[in-house]
Write a protein that binds this ligand. Structure first.
Ligand code: UD1
Ligand code: CA
Length: 453
């Protein structure tokens, strides 16, 4: 069946105490509403509608990657009112699924279970039983167990308040009936709102079958109203992701001390030590080992590479069997060929480092093309910036660069060349040449050291 999916995101979110929309706060590095849109997009035959209101411009701008029909609800008057604004855009047949921009962990598998039960004469409700149902709409069933209504907390009788089965808010209703039901909603209730939940009693009255589905876990239907709940869902998502990583063959030394804010793909026998943060899309090959306190963002790491503690890698590609860190920083545009070595306090940026080349200590290598088997001595830097433009340093295969060398770009060092320690290289060095570019040492005999008076 075709499906309209309505994501409600017009609410004020005042308890967040934020200058930006609640649904744009992130869980696992992704704005909550984007998570919901992404999950909804995986459903087949789905047409997305996004209801915005409070801080709606921000939400609309943020969601442009999803081809959702944005519907404005400037003066929100309840969930039923929100659906009524979307009503003119709904397809004639099929069914409409209602989701919430602040309920980010809903799973596609749960929504698929609901869709599978949908017919033109069936309304599917996602419900859950809670020990503490306070605040939620209660699911009212008759003596045969059939759902007859949803009663909101503020409108419930004492008997109804005792019901533990609650409305998660997520429901799937057939479009042919929905239009009629929405048109007959009133705001005659404790909150003076148009309740979407009033359509349940209408469905029961019209002989539409009402079936219920339960989510796999409670976190799927948990909403975020404040930053305490935001943090709780963040931990929940991180723990779910950690479990998936371990099930896929990665060892996490402490699954409660890893944060994945985006997508982390791991090969076999990856080992990740504590307090590592992964952002954007990160791919780790087989046998990759990552030490404690590393931060990897939008990068790929080849098989058997070892990344030692306190290393930062951003928008870089690392080959196989490389050795990086501790305390290394690979900035955007770094590409390490296999077996390259980047040691402590080394910063790279827009740098190609050839196979087996080593930059082991205290260096800055930027805007550089370096061949294979190059040895870069401690303290060597590329002077790539003249204050206006960046310039390229080219170092061919098998070059040996002595410690504390400055390579003033643009400059080329040809294959097999050697550079003496302490040199400031401003001119090209040819194949197999030795370049000295430092002041000569002078030794004076019997030098009278100054004495204190
Ligand atoms: C709603 C349900 C309740 C359910 C609960 C689950 C109704 C009447 N009640 O109650 O049965 O147990 O969710 O959390 O539906 N929103 C809009 N426009 C509006 C009103 C709300 O976009 O005019 C959005 C809000 O931003 C929010 C969501 O809809 O994300 C839910 O609205 P809220 O007023 O919080 O509903 P509840 O009172 O919690
Ligand atoms: Ca409310």
């Amino acid at each position: 069946m075709t499906q309209d999916i309505v994501i409600l995101a017009a609410g004020k979110g005042s308890r967040m105490k934020s200058s930006f929309s609640k649904v744009l706060h992130k869980v696992g590095g992704v704005p909550m509403v984007n998570r919901v849109l992404a999950t909804a997009s995986t459903l087949t035959n789905a047409k997305l509608h996004l209801v915005v209101g409070h801080q709606g411009e921000q939400v609309e701008a943020n969601c442009q990657d999803f081809s959702a029909n944005v519907v404005w609800q400037n003066d929100p008057q309840g969930t039923g009112d929100a659906l009524r604004r979307v009503a003119p855009f709904l397809q004639a047949d099929g069914a409409t699924l209602t989701l919430y921009g602040d309920v980010p962990l809903i799973r596609a598998s749960t929504l698929e279970k609901m869709s599978a039960l949908s017919t033109p004469n069936t309304l599917v409700l996602l419900t859950i039983s809670l020990d503490n149902p306070i605040g939620y709409g209660r699911i009212v069933r008759d003596e045969t167990g059939k759902v007859t209504a949803i009663v909101e907390q503020k409108d419930a009788s004492e008997n109804e308040l005792a019901i533990k089965e609650v409305n998660t808010g997520i429901l799937l209703a057939p479009n042919n009936h929905l239009q009629t039901w929405l048109a007959s909603l009133t705001n005659d209730n404790a909150q003076g709102e148009y309740y979407l939940t009033d359509i349940i009693a209408m469905a029961a009255r019209d002989g539409v079958e009402i079936v219920t589905v339960n989510p796999e876990n409670e976190a799927e239907v948990a909403g975020v109203n404040d930053r305490v709940q935001l943090a709780a869902l963040e931990r929940e998502l991180q723990s779910q992701q950690a479990i998936t990583l371990m099930q896929n063959g990665a060892t996490l030394l402490d699954p409660s001390r890893i944060d994945v804010r985006g997508e982390l793909i791991t090969g076999q026998d990856v080992i990740i030590d504590v307090n590592c943060v992964f952002e954007g899309k990160v791919v780790l090959g087989n046998g990759v080992e990552i030490g404690p306190n590393c931060h990897l963002k939008d990068c790929s790491i080849g098989d058997n590479t070892i990344i030692k503690s306190n290393t930062l890698i951003d928008e870089s590609q690392v080959g196989e069997a490389c050795d990086i860190g501790p305390f290394a920083r690979l900035r955007p545009g770094t590409q390490l060929a296999n077996k390259a070595k980047i040691g402590n306090f080394v910063e790279t940026k827009k740098a190609l480092i050839g196979e087996g080349s080593k930059v082991n200590h205290l260096s800055y290598i930027g805007d550089t093309e370096m061949g294979a088997n190059v040895n870069v001595g401690a303290g060597t830097i590329t002077c790539n910036y003249d204050g206006v433009n960046k310039h390229l340093t080219q170092v061919a295969d098998n070059v040996f660069i002595g410690s504390n060398t400055s390579l003033v770009a643009p400059v080329q060092v040809a294959e097999g060349a050697t550079i003496a320690a302490g040199s400031t290289i401003t001119k090209a060095v040819s194949e197999k040449q030795l370049a000295f570019a430092r002041a000569r040492q002078t030794n004076k005999d019997n030098w009278p050291r100054p004495v204190k008076k």
